[in-house]
Design a binder for this molecule. Structure first.
Ligand SMILES: [Zn+2]
Length: 137
């Protein structure tokens, strides 16, 4: 299994585990995604004040939009774009793991997963981050 964007998230050892997003944390407490080392967007500290942080891929839905037509020929609609506020703070934009005509309510609990998006030349499976609603028990 090979991540499409290895700088953005981890591939957990267990396929049922939630991937972690590779973000950062400032000494002031501000948490951000993706990781960058230019400095804190909130307080301006730079250098060792900003460190890498692994952010659990869990949060709640803040927005979603179903795309029925897309300019890029390699993006086959329909699909659903979601914005998820991670429990650690940052809002990330990604795709829902499957198309869905019915809109999910804002606030729906969401978790990340890695979905197969293609195969490498050597046959290795390429995966990318998606989000799925957490089924309530
Ligand atoms: Zn800061």
């Amino acid at each position: 299994m090979r991540p499409l964007k290895p700088d953005l998230y981890t591939v957990p050892e267990s396929p049922t585990s939630v991937p972690e997003l590779l973000g950062g944390r400032c000494r002031c407490g501000y948490v951000f995604f993706p990781m960058q080392s230019y400095g804190c967007e909130k307080c301006g500290l730079t250098g060792d004040a900003v460190t890498a942080a692994r952010l659990p891929g869990e949060g709640s839905l803040t927005a979603s939009a179903r795309v029925l037509m897309h300019a890029a020929k390699d993006r086959t609609p329909p699909f659903v774009v979601v914005a998820v506020r991670l429990d650690s703070g940052p809002v990330v934009r990604s795709l829902l793991d499957s198309d869905r005509a019915e809109q999910l309510p804002i606030g729906t609990r969401m978790r990340g997963l890695l979905a197969e998006v293609g195969k490498a030349d050597d046959g290795d499976v390429i995966v990318d981050l998606r989000f799925t609603p957490v089924q309530s028990a």
